[in-house]
Design a protein around this ligand. Sequence first.
Ligand code: SF4
Length: 460
Amino acid sequence: MARVGFVSLGCPKALVDSERILTRLRAEGYELVASYEQAELVVVNTCGFVTPAVEESLQAIGEALERTGTVVVTGCLGERPEQIRERHPKVAAVTGQADVGGVMREVRRLLPLEEPSFAGLLPLASDGGRPDARAVRLTPQHYAYLKIAEGCDHRCSFCIIPSLRGPQVSRDAADVLREASRLVAGGAKELLVIAQDASAYGSDLRHRSSRFAEREVRAHLVPLARELGALGAWVRLHYVYPYPHVRELVTLMAEGVLLPYLDVPLQHASPRILRAMRRPGGAEHHLRTLAAWREICPTLRIRSSFIVGFPGETEDDLQQLLDFLAEAQLDRVGVFTYSAVAGAAANALPGHVPEALAQERFERVMEHQRSISAARLARQVGRTVRALVDAYGALPGEVVARTEGDAPGIDGVLRCETDGTVRIGDLIEATVTGSSDHDLAGTWQRTLPWQPAVPRFGPI
Ligand code: SF4
């Protein structure tokens, strides 16, 4: 059997692309192997979002070339083949992002299968869909990313995603829901909804309806989220922009249909910097929006990300961000220093901030938020929370879980003492007994029953 290795870099959106490619490889009869030494060919799914990610991708390509020889590059950086070939002229093929068909064509050309595999006759989800229940997943069985759209219609000045991934192309609601049902039926207890701008989902389809489980569902985030919530798994929304209809989503959170969690990338609080970023809003506007959401759903946990050291950022702008964070009391905050990306409009802006100063601002914001996070987590001590178990801990009987307020990989964890009966993927109830800057400690109370409500809708 022809043996293929795979390196997956980048964000959850790229991870979903990797899952699609791996699924097709396996379905066509390729053996997926875990080391360069075993592989006859390696596919590298790259990230090209910021300069450090480009460098990491180029290094990964170099390492794969050195140790295997035949390398196919795909992903965001694959949209700039000249940059790859300049550094690595021996790369065998380069395809663009989300180009599953292109990767498969190159793999078949470079590493033809000796015998066609019967596995290739197995039905797969359409190219527009995601893997079916047999599909390769790069996340544990109990949670899965659900990509509802590709591309982006915005033009944030620091970002080249729209030129790499093109305008937004949404999937029909029925397509998303069929995939979500397969994931839940296959054991996923948490669905993490992703897109570049999840709030804009369906606008390119004029929110047309499609038929799922005997009813019409509009391609709009509110009806889609309601249907997802009815499947019985946790539904967590990422990359939600604060459009007016987000209030309706927050209402669904208050009703228990969705997890009370919003990942809202605000990027800054200074209106002047936001204008230069070509993004709407400012501290006052953000604060009004957050207050309205919290009034609807007091248990809402909010995550956001910010860029410091953007061209033209002054001490006053930074202070506006610090003041905003103090007032906004966000639960989780990711901070990035501005990094010039080849092709981004922001490169032409005046007033680039020296790297050392940007780093100093990064540390100030992180320290500021650290104390906010610690105080917010301390308030949870004594409460009973639900959590999903991701791993076993270092101590006997200890598990590492996530509460409803924590997404995998980016937020904190709940370290929990148990009686030893708890397994990875279990949904548990625990009492919070302690807290630190970013994490919680707790004691297991009971393991909750799990009853998905996946509708029957014919063969998949
Ligand atoms: S919303 Fe802005 S930052 Fe996000 S992908 Fe689109 S252009 Fe980039």
